[in-house]
Design a protein around this ligand. Structure first.
Ligand SMILES: NC(=O)c1ccc[n+]([C@@H]2O[C@H](COP(=O)([O-])OP(=O)(O)OC[C@H]3O[C@@H](n4cnc5c(N)ncnc54)[C@H](OP(=O)(O)O)[C@@H]3O)[C@@H](O)[C@H]2O)c1
Length: 244
């Protein structure tokens, strides 16, 4: 279904789990040489779970020196995929009580994305691509309390991506906006009863009648990487959440 990525180098930031680990598996299956990176602890485990040409490099996406060093080591890049999540659950707060430090940390995802793009852009092939990760919360404000600043960070990532699509052309720049994708770190601390309630909601309320899987988002990322007519897209991968 997707064109071969043989001879292409794909760099994925945040690939020890979730959506990006699924992207690592799929790009490796298509023949790419894949660099996975995350903060370190789970790198070996992630590497062992992907077959193909894989290199694993540690990076702290929140530290610009670390991100710069990663791309000096990596060299030429054909496709860059950036996701990164800090401790989002710890950064939720109702706006009236939100500490300035919490709000500033809530924007970390934007800064991490900025560090990655700035450090890599001179290495990205002119026929290559950048895929950034936002959230469906930019289109459908969540009833979950306390995520106003986290949603603002996702909005910043999305607008950053669309603007870069104009600035960096012919390099293509796209953004995915995942909905509720449950086999990921973001949802890993749920109790059994919370998970059952979420699954019930997914099957009854979502048009596709199920919650999202990382593999489904990875397929969307592969479309953005391989379709040479796609740039400046913010792609909801949400099971129809925004049409409810
Ligand atoms: N899952 C959802 O329902 C959902 C919904 C909307 C948006 N999203 C977005 O999708 C993206 C991926 O989320 P996910 O659910 O796949 O998350 P995940 O399973 O928790 O994966 C996050 C990845 O980020 C890495 N990471 C965290 N802190 C890092 C740091 N300081 N430096 C380098 N790597 C770091 C983690 O690796 P280590 O911990 O090993 O470093 C891990 O590989 C995020 O941007 C998230 O906001 C997800």
């Amino acid at each position: 279904m997707f064109q071969s990525l043989s001879g292409k180098k794909v760099v994925i930031i945040g690939a020890s789990a979730g959506i990006d680990l699924a992207v690592a598996k799929k790009t490796a299956e298509l023949g790419a040489s894949v660099v996975i990176s995350c903060s370190g602890n789970k790198l070996n485990q992630a590497m062992e779970s992907v077959s193909g040409q894989i290199e694993a490099l540690a990076v702290d996406i929140l530290n610009e020196d670390s991100v710069n060093a990663l791309f000096e080591q990596v060299g030429k890049v054909d496709h860059l995929i950036v996701t990164s999540v800090a401790e989002q659950k710890l950064l939720r707060s109702p706006i009236a009580d939100m500490a300035t430090e919490t709000a500033q940390r809530g924007m970390e995802k934007f800064w991490a994305t900025f560090f990655a793009v700035r450090a890599s852009v001179k290495n990205i092939a002119q026929d290559g691509s950048i895929t950034l990760t936002s959230s469906i919360s930019i289109f459908k404000p969540s009833k979950l309390g306390g995520i106003s600043v986290l949603s603002a960070a996702n909005g910043a990532v999305a607008v950053f991506g669309r603007t870069l699509a104009a600035e960096l052309a012919p390099i293509r720049v796209n953004v995915i906006a995942p909905g509720v994708v449950v086999d990921t770190g973001v949802w890993s601390n749920q109790s059994e009863s919370e998970r059952s309630a979420l699954e019930k909601w997914g099957s009854e309320a979502l048009p596709v009648q199920h919650l999202g899987q990382a593999e489904e988002v990875a397929q969307a990322v592969l479309s953005l990487i391989t379709n040479t007519y796609l740039t400046g897209v913010i792609l909801p991968v949400d099971g129809g959440l925004t049409v409810m």
